[in-house]
Ligand binder design. Sequence first.
Ligand SMILES: NC(=O)C1=CN([C@@H]2O[C@H](COP(=O)(O)OP(=O)(O)OC[C@H]3O[C@@H](n4cnc5c(N)ncnc54)[C@H](O)[C@@H]3O)[C@@H](O)[C@H]2O)C=CC1
Ligand SMILES: O=C([O-])CC(=O)C(=O)O
Length: 329
Amino acid sequence: MSTSPVKVAVTGAAGQIGYSLLFRLASGSLLGPDTPIQLRLLEITPALKALEGVVMELDDCAFPTLDSVEIGDDPNHIFDGANLALLVGARPRTKGMERGDLLEANGAIFTAQGKALNEVAADDIRIGVTGNPANTNALIAMKNAPNIPADRFTALTRLDHNRAISQLAAKTGAKVSDISKMTIWGNHSATQYPDIFHAEIAGRNAAEVVGDQAWIENDFIPTVAKRGAAIIEARGASSAASAASATIDAARDWLQGSAEGDWVSMAVASDGSYGVPEGLISSFPVTTKNGDWEIVQGLEIDEFSRARIDASVAELAEERDAVSQLGLI
Ligand SMILES: NC(=O)C1=CN([C@@H]2O[C@H](COP(=O)(O)OP(=O)(O)OC[C@H]3O[C@@H](n4cnc5c(N)ncnc54)[C@H](O)[C@@H]3O)[C@@H](O)[C@H]2O)C=CC1
Ligand SMILES: O=C([O-])CC(=O)C(=O)O
């Protein structure tokens, strides 16, 4: 192992997602087998004892890539020198709630954490927000960290992206590895727009391969958009292992680059592309390289897609206004 260690902070580390995420991080799924990882784990004080138990299990795995683990309840200490912060810690929704119902409960967490990151994170910090409502939590953290460039904040729509690929593969009989250029637009919520009009299956246009507009409208889009609720209904708890996996996919591609000829979905601060108001954290098709991202330009947006993107973006603007009224940004 030759490279120097990377400091990765994870919040909500004693939670459901944490229980899957930490072991994947420690075993090299994010940085590969040659880069040691230093885990910095943040929890609220009452959860620290449970977190100690998780750290005992991490020790017991004897992962060669795990350089060190530090736990605590003070973001200013845990984020100190962090190169990557995965902000997972937040209350999950339960049956019957929409993710936006969590705005007030979770918003305060991201104000404090944005401020702490602003103070103590490393200069190359990258921040991925998984905790819901992810887009607006990322906006809150970004607005509370004025010294960190806005393009260092992203929110997770990779789980939606992966769900969309999986649904499309099941419908067409294609392998997931044959599907490229999937896009999730907008909010990580029921208004999101999974778009297969630019996606490809083994190089052919996915919507043409499907050839079934009714399936796209009445089956594919709602299934992907409401998958989180379906999992809560079935499992009695929100998705965890798949969310951890997507959190790693997103961070890995951000740091190491998206595949040649493909793109990924990430919620990033809009620069006004595709008519999304500047500054909203909205999901776009992006290419990534060495910790930078770029919104894919020039995609043709027809009326069907336009209406769905606009609806999701309108919801993001409402969420922004709500947290602004709460004094969080
Ligand atoms: N963006 C996405 O695709 C997905 C997002 N989520 C969201 O991720 C979040 C976490 O989900 P789970 O792990 O299932 O929840 P969980 O309730 O099992 O764990 C959350 C953890 O966060 C901790 N926490 C609360 N406030 C904190 C703070 N200020 N600092 C540090 N830690 C804090 C809690 O003590 C708890 O251990 C939820 O908001 C959930 O809705 C879940 C699935 C997918
Ligand atoms: O639906 C939820 O509340 C959890 C989540 O974000 C998802 O599974 O996509």
